[in-house]
Structure formats: C-alpha cells, structure tokens
Design a protein around this ligand. Structure first.
Ligand code: SAM
Ligand code: SF4
Ligand code: SF4
Length: 353
C-alpha cells in the first residue's frame, strides 16, 4: 500500500510530535573504547557481545524500515556501536535505497561512524547509495584523542577517513565532537581552525548522562553558549537559521564566509519539543528516547510469524503513547553532587547517538 493510503500514516505522540526519523543500530561492537560510551575496563576481551542470531538480520531491518517509511519516516541514520564493523553493511544500504524506490519516499540515508574504517569503505558506501556520513572526532591532539577514544587507533586514521569520505562524495561531512570540561574543552578552537573553510561542519555535543556507564557530572558539561563564545572570540560567528524543524544542532556561521559550526545543547537548552526520532536497537527494540529504560520488542513478533499489520499496530501504539522529554526534565533531577539518579537506561552503543 502506498504510504499516503495507509490509514495509520503520520503518527503523532502525546506532545504532537510526528515520527520522522529512524536511527538504526546495526552492531553493539566497536573498535574504539571511548570512556563516555564503552569504558575499556567494562568492555574487555571477554565482554559478552550479542550473538549473531540475537541481532536483527538485514531482511528484518528492511521489513521494519518499510513499515516506518509507511508512517512518514524519511530520514534514516545507520549507527551502532561502530556500524562499519557490521559485515556487508553496504548491502543493507542497497536494500534501504530499494525501499525508497518501492515506496516513492525520498529517503535521506546517513551514517554515524568513528571514521576508522572509512578509507576502506567510503567508495563502496557511496556506490551503495549512502548520502552522507557524520564522523566523530573529539580532539586533534593525539594524547587527548587516546584519552577520549581509547588506544587502538590514532587521530590520523580518522582524519584520513574524513578525507576518504569527501573523495567518495559523502559530504557535506559533519564532524561530531563531544565536549568534556577539563578533558578536551581547551582544544576546541584548534578543531574549529582545522575545519574552518573546508566545507565540513563541526558540531559540538554537550556531554550527556546517557546510559549508565559513564561517570557524568553536570560540572563536566561545557554549555553550547560557552563553546560559541570561546570560538567566536577567535573566529567570529553569527547565528544562522535552522535548516528544518527539529534540527538538533543550533547553527552558527563564520562571519568571514568560512562555513558553519553547530552546537547540540541537549543539556543546557533541550529540544525535546521537536524530537521526532525513533531508535531501533541492534536486537530489534523500538526505543523512543535516548534516555529510555527499555523499548518495545519487534524482533520476537517478526520471528514468531506476525504479519505486517500487527507490527504496524505495535509501532503506532508505541509512538502515539510516547511522552518522553528526559532532557527537559533533567535540570530538576540533578543531585547535590552534580550527578543524575542512577536508574536503568539503554546504553548508547545499543541505540547509537
Ligand atoms: N561509533 C560511532 C561513532 O562514534 O560515531 C556511532 C555510534 S556513537 C554511540 C554515536 C555518537 O554518540 C558519537 O558521535 C558519540 O560521540 C556520541 N556519544 C556517545 N556517548 C555520548 C555521551 N555520553 N554524550 C554525548 N555524546 C555521546
Ligand atoms: Fe564506539 Fe562510537 Fe561509543 Fe566511541 S562513541 S565507543 S566510537 S560506539
Ligand atoms: Fe528526544 Fe529524549 Fe533527547 Fe528529549 S531527551 S530530545 S525526547 S531523545
């Protein structure tokens, strides 16, 4: 059935937010050990990552994406863990492109990656139909890079990955930097200078209390306002309009025409009111917030032979009952020691960013 004939199409949640984007985690494995996401002391050699049959296969992902597209989803983001560790990931992109052709939807397909394997895969990803990549890079300084991303790779490898993505036409490339006070915040201007004038868009992300494994404290957060002030003091910036409703990054452009940066202010200035994103975990749970304590299992119904209509109803009831707005509530939850209460939360490497 074409999407606009679907009686359930265009879902809105309890705060009138439409379902527009789907982030798909394709692996729980990663070749980095960023302490704020997968601390090396916990994710050691013996860590029990999911078995192959526990994670969705590409046919299952494609089937679900088709249903989400039927509800008006147009933006897909492939993430992880490190998505380029998933064998044959380019085949999934080919399948997702086909969903776009079959449904007439103009799908935007992007990927968030740590960049370490982009030199190997960028051309294949572009040929498969990937539109764009976002590459995470927290510092250009080798020591700070190791401190924030682990010891296995160096910063040159990520920069070369960015170059490979550009050569393959996977731009404009967004570069994501998580900012932690006392760790990499003194080097933000270096990053800004490096990407100024390149056409790549550097986006600074306020450190978040996502998952349960990082030792988040409010005093480690550098606000977007402070980040913009610090960069603007060296490379003057002015605010720019959002490209579309629900854009997560607030945009600032260099007054000298050297391009733009973004700040993602999930802590200091949350944007839950415009949050149109659903997340599909690597094991097939539908999660409606980055800070959720769990999700709705879509894998079991698929594997026990339920039809598309049943799955559609599950997705629809989950979204229409959604009330999430964790980041807007966070300010009221911060305790005297600067932490937020420990409770069950889906881990970042299961749901992607
Ligand atoms: N491995 C890929 C990567 O790093 O780009 C994709 C998955 S990673 C979980 C997605 C994004 O989440 C990355 O840009 C990462 O920096 C960001 N991230 C992870 N933990 C975070 C935290 N505690 N606060 C803010 N951003 C975080
Ligand atoms: Fe891996 Fe990305 Fe998490 Fe770093 S942020 S450990 S690269 S999944
Ligand atoms: Fe969306 Fe949840 Fe983040 Fe708010 S806290 S913007 S609802 S993912």
């Amino acid at each position: 059935m074409p999407p606009n004939e679907n009686p359930l199409a265009v879902l809105e949640d309890r705060h009138a937010r439409p379902l527009r984007d789907l982030r798909i985690s394709v692996t729980d494995k990663c070749n980095f050990r960023c302490p704020y996401c997968m601390p090396a002391e916990i994710f050691g050699e013996k860590y029990p990552f999911l078995e192959r049959d526990e994670i969705l296969n590409f046919e299952e992902v494609e089937r679900l994406v088709r249903l989400f597209v039927g509800f008006g989803v147009e933006k897909l983001r492939i993430t992880g863990g490190e998505p380029l560790l998933r064998n044959g990931i380019q085949d999934l992109i080919v399948q997702l492109r086909q969903v776009g052709r079959d449904t007439g939807a103009d799908l935007d397909i992007a990927m968030t990656t740590n960049g370490s394997l982009l030199r190997r895969w960028a051309k294949d990803l572009a040929a498969a139909g990937l539109d764009r990549v976002t590459v995470s890079l927290d510092s250009l300084d080798p020591d700070v890079f190791h401190q924030m991303n682990g010891e296995r790779f160096g910063v040159e490898r990520v920069l070369d990955g960015i170059a490979a993505a550009e050569e393959a036409g996977l731009g404009p490339i967004k570069v994501n930097t998580v900012v932690q006070r006392g760790v990499n915040d003194h080097l933000l201007v270096d990053l800004a200078r490096h990407f100024h004038g390149t056409g790549h868009i550097l986006r600074f992300i306020e450190f978040m209390d996502v998952g349960t494994l990082n030792q988040w404290k409010m005093d480690e957060v550098v606000t977007g306002k402070e980040i913009v002030e610090r960069i603007s003091a060296e490379l003057p910036l002015e605010p720019a309009d959002a490209n579309y409703r629900g854009e997560v990054a607030a945009r600032y452009r260099y007054t000298d025409g050297g391009g733009e940066i973004g700040v993602i202010t999930s802590v200091s200035s949350p944007f839950c009111g415009d949050c149109t994103r659903a997340r599909l975990t690597v094991e097939g749970q539908l999660v409606t917030c980055l800070f959720a304590d769990g999700g709705i299992d879509l894998r079991e119904p698929m594997r026990s032979g339920k039809d598309d209509e049943t799955l559609r109803q599950l997705i629809a009831s989950t979204w229409t009952n959604r009330t999430d707005r964790y980041s807007e509530d966070r300010a009221g939850l911060i305790q005297i020691d600067g932490t937020t209460p420990k409770r069950e939360r889906v881990e970042m490497y299961h749901i992607g960013g």
